[in-house]
Design a protein around this ligand. Structure first.
Ligand code: NAD
Ligand code: TYD
Length: 333
């Protein structure tokens, strides 16, 4: 039986991935190691707790002895665990260095010592920095991270590369564009705007709203990770993108339109410091070498996603209580 350690599996992408894999591979066994930080949420995994092929362990990827103990039995490691929000990394970079770089290094050490078959690092297109009006991020684009978040992810990527080059650890790195879909914490653009629109609260748009992101449905990302895990060539980096560039303001307007709300809810606010202007991914490599391509169009994906948040208002209300309330007050007061 194939045994896979998923870290950060209670977050947005990790929980979608665990669901996808349990369904697709009923013979695989999964351990989910997650610290349950403010955005880790066991409700993202409701319905699968009793699956005999799934075990949840609450713990920190920086915890060496725990990581060694868990990884002893594992064939593959997929590292989703990270601090992920750019705005929080601007407020307080330290935890980003700890979880994203040190945590990855602890996992890499254990993977190397225990001889896992593959270490798959889930990274981001943000490590490449910012694009002007033209051009795309390719796998050989130099890393030029601009935020403490993206710098910590770039640091982790380089450690993963170093463990491959120095210690022959079998690895892949995936660098994906912005994801959207169910179970995304409402501090990120799309769920935040849906949540605020539903509550008839202001929709805070940074700067001129013309920054561009390349949006990919989380289920398409999960399919790509699955493909890299099984077929990725040892040591390679794969970019994953939706070929779906959108300006922030257009997304915000689309959400308002879908929900039948007025554009007067839009509020332009002070720009994010160091705000990357444009991300766009060239995903030719994964498309030609591994045969992956996105299935969702943005129109279908966003409509389905809005529907999901409408149907899961309880989930939204719960994650928006507590620590998140204080953070949101600080950010947008
Ligand atoms: P998320 O913030 O929703 O979830 C992160 C998860 O990691 C949470 O469950 C959290 O509890 C856990 N975690 C954090 N620190 C930990 C630690 N020290 N030990 C154990 N668990 C810890 O993030 P996400 O959006 O699901 O992103 C998952 C991964 O994908 C990240 O590595 C991120 O950089 C990458 N990524 C995200 C996007 C995106 O658009 N969301 C795009 C590309 C890449
Ligand atoms: P975000 O979801 O934080 O992802 P990232 O910064 O990692 O791409 O933000 C997506 C875009 O939306 C980014 O250009 C910043 C912008 N944004 C806003 O305009 N207002 C907001 O309240 C948030 C959270 C983001």
């Amino acid at each position: 039986m194939v045994k896979i350690l998923v870290t950060g599996g209670a977050g947005f992408i990790g929980s979608n991935f665990v669901r996808y894999m349990l369904d697709k591979y009923p013979d695989y066994e999964f351990i989910n190691l997650d610290l349950l930080t403010y955005c880790g949420n066991l409700e993202n995994l409701s319905g699968i707790e009793d699956n005999p092929n799934y075990t949840f362990i609450k713990g920190d990827i920086c915890h060496k002895s725990l990581v060694h103990e868990i990884m002893a039995e594992m064939d593959y490691v997929i590292n989703f665990a990270a601090e992920t929000h750019v705005d929080r990394s601007i407020e307080d970079p330290e935890i980003f260095i700890k979880s994203n770089i040190l945590g990855t290094q602890v996992l890499l050490d254990a993977a190397r010592e225990l001889g896992v078959e593959k270490f798959l690092q889930i990274s981001t297109d943000e490590v490449y920095g910012s694009l002007g009006e033209s051009g795309y991020f390719r796998e050989d684009t130099p890393l030029a991270a601009n935020s403490p978040y993206s710098a910590s992810k770039a640091g982790a990527d380089l450690m993963v590369r170093a463990y491959h080059k120095t210690f022959d650890l079998p690895i892949n790195i995936t660098r994906c564009s912005n994801n959207y879909g169910p179970y995304q914490f409402p501090e990120k653009l799309i769920p935040l705007m849906i949540s605020n629109a539903l509550a008839d609260e202001a929709l805070p748009v940074y700067g001129d709203g013309l920054n561009v992101r390349d949006w990919l449905h989380v289920h398409d990302h999960c399919r790509a990770i699955d493909q890299v895990l099984h077929d990725g060539k040892n040591g390679e980096v794969y970019n994953i993108g939706g070929n779906n560039e959108k300006k922030n303001i257009d997304i915000v307007k689309l959400i308002l339109k879908n929900l039948g709300k007025d554009e007067s809810l839009i509020k332009y606010v002070k720009d994010r410091p160091g705000h990357d202007r444009r991300y766009a991914i060239d995903s030719t490599k994964i498309q030609t070498e591994l045969g992956w391509k996105p299935k969702y169009t943005f129109e279908t994906g966003i409509a389905e996603t809005i529907e999901w948040y409408l149907d899961n208002r309880d989930w939204m209300d719960k994650v928006k209580s507590g620590e998140y309330q204080e953070y949101y007050e600080r950010m947008y007061r």
